[in-house]
Design a protein around this ligand. Structure first.
Ligand code: BG6
Length: 461
């Protein structure tokens, strides 16, 4: 049967994962501790069912057979990340030889199978030794990160031709320094702004190092963009949405693509006395080292309205000083995860990139549907995840429309490959194309995994 939706030639079909969520650790692997290992040792009770980062999906041990599953689920590309603390256990200095062998073998095997590795350098996983000296609050850590990035390019840049500097850089900022769901769990708006600024600078420094080496590849950043919708066309509602958009989208999107921070953001941070210190040289590095392409993670939109009550001027500064979250009646929900499902959001963000960001090359680097208690959908040993297939089809239809209208989208990666550990949620929400039975460690392709293979082979559906 002919496709209703056919995607551009050489479209990337695949999935994303991250080192801390998939590798696990075994004795003798030489890995240093990351923020997740350090935090889990301090507060295991914060993790769902007390399951920590050491128990992730065993990719380090089983990558050879796991890579076969990539083929069986139709991947022509895959986004793993390198663990900074595995490669450079202290965060700077000595490189772990076991890690070099491991990553090199992973990338070579992927390529041999026709799966292009698109490699991310940082997925929320600051080496613990560097977190102890402040992580990205500390200017020196920016340089350690740039050195780490350079080491990766030198070691693997001959075979890896697409890189991402960071995954969702805003998440450690908001989760670690405002809303308290990542270590160090502080409420410190000034530190949040500093960490955000130094993270952007670190990304730009990595791009600078990449370009100095003259490798013939591309480098970008993965941002979680949340299209922001106002409750109504009322001026105060619109303004609330504009400010939320500045904080949660433009704060990284503008410097990454245009090389400058949005004026509105700078004004607001200065007004609330949380603008980080910066130098003209640093701003020049950011200006000169913008991305070649973008990865966009899209799960759900953001809906906002004008504030119902005046904010307390004495309280710590939060972006919500300027807006309230709007709980729109009748929105479609994923009842298994509690997030809104809004497929048209993918079209809106594609058109925004086309019209306001120079139609830069980009890809969906994560899209997916988390389901708690997914075992209940197993029939004859296979997860019958028709809800997930429907979710993907609805999003892909809108993505296709945006591409038809000229958006330069080059691929679609789902979250994720094999069900994986997810930070403090551990194994609560399942997203994989492949199910993982935690008791037996058996891996079984879900209905969506078989569907994905067909879509990839037909380059559409
Ligand atoms: C994405 C992250 O935003 O959400 C992933 O990049 C994460 O690392 C995924 O696992 C799912 O999150 P959750 O909370 O539903 O398990």
């Amino acid at each position: 049967m002919a496709n209703t939706y056919t995607f551009p030639q050489n479209f990337y079909w695949g999935s994303a994962t991250s080192a801390p969520q998939s590798e696990g650790t075994i004795s003798g692997d030489g890995k240093g501790k990351s923020l997740w290992d350090g935090w889990f040792a301090l507060e295991p009770g914060k993790f769902h069912n007390g399951i920590g980062p050491n128990k992730t999906s065993t990719f380090y041990e089983n990558y050879r057979t796991d890579i076969d599953f990539l083929k069986k689920t139709g991947h022509n590309s895959f986004r793993p990340s390198i663990s900074w603390s595995r490669l450079i256990p202290k965060g700077y200095g000595e490189v772990n030889p076991e890690a070099i062998i491991f990553y090199r073998d992973v990338f070579e095997r992927l390529i041999a199978q026709g799966v292009e590795p698109i490699v991310n350098l940082y997925h929320f996983d600051m080496p613990w030794c560097l977190q102890e000296i402040g992580g990205f609050e500390n200017r020196q850590v920016v340089e350690y990160y740039a050195q780490y990035a350079k080491t990766c390019f030198e070691l693997f840049g001959d075979i890896v031709k697409r890189w991402f500097t960071f995954n969702e850089p805003i998440v450690p900022v908001e989760a670690g320094y405002l809303y308290q769901f990542h270590y160090p769990n502080r409420v410190d708006p000034k530190a949040a702004c500093r960490v955000g600024y130094y993270t952007q600078l670190a990304s730009s420094r990595a791009i600078e190092e990449y370009r100095k080496l003259g490798q013939n590849g591309k480098i970008g950043i993965v941002l979680n963009l949340t299209p922001t919708y106002a409750r109504s066309s009322n001026r105060a509602d619109i303004q609330a949405a504009e400010i939320a958009d500045v904080f949660f989208n433009k704060a990284f999107l503008d410097p990454a693509v245009k090389g400058v921070f949005p004026d509105e953001l700078v004004k607001i941070l200065a007004k609330h006395n949380v603008l980080p210190e910066y130098t003209a040289d640093e701003l020049a590095v950011i200006k000169e080292n913008t991305v070649d392409f973008l990865g966009v993670n899209y799960y759900q939109p953001r809906r906002v309205k004008a504030r119902e009550n005046l904010p307390n001027p004495e309280a710590p500064f939060f972006p919500e000083y300027y807006f309230d979250t709007y709980d729109m009646p009748g929105k479609v929900m994923n009842p298994h995860r509690g997030w809104e499902i809004y497929p048209k959001g993918i079209y809106d963000l594609a058109i925004n990139i086309r019209d306001n960001y120079g139609n830069i090359e980009w890809m969906i680097s994560e899209n997916g549907m988390g389901v708690e208690g997914e075992e209940k959908f197993i029939v004859d040993g296979v997860v019958q995840d028709d809800y997930r297939i429907e979710f993907y089809e609805n999003h892909l239809a809108y993505l296709h429309q945006a591409i038809e209208e000229g958006s330069f989208c080059i691929g679609y990666h789902v979250w994720t490959f094999i069900d994986c550990w997810s930070w403090t949620n551990a194994y609560k929400n399942r997203y994989g194309l492949v199910a993982l039975d935690l008791k037996t460690q058996q891996k079984t392709i879900k209905k969506s995994g078989h569907w994905f293979k067909k879509v990839s082979e037909q380059n559409g559906f």
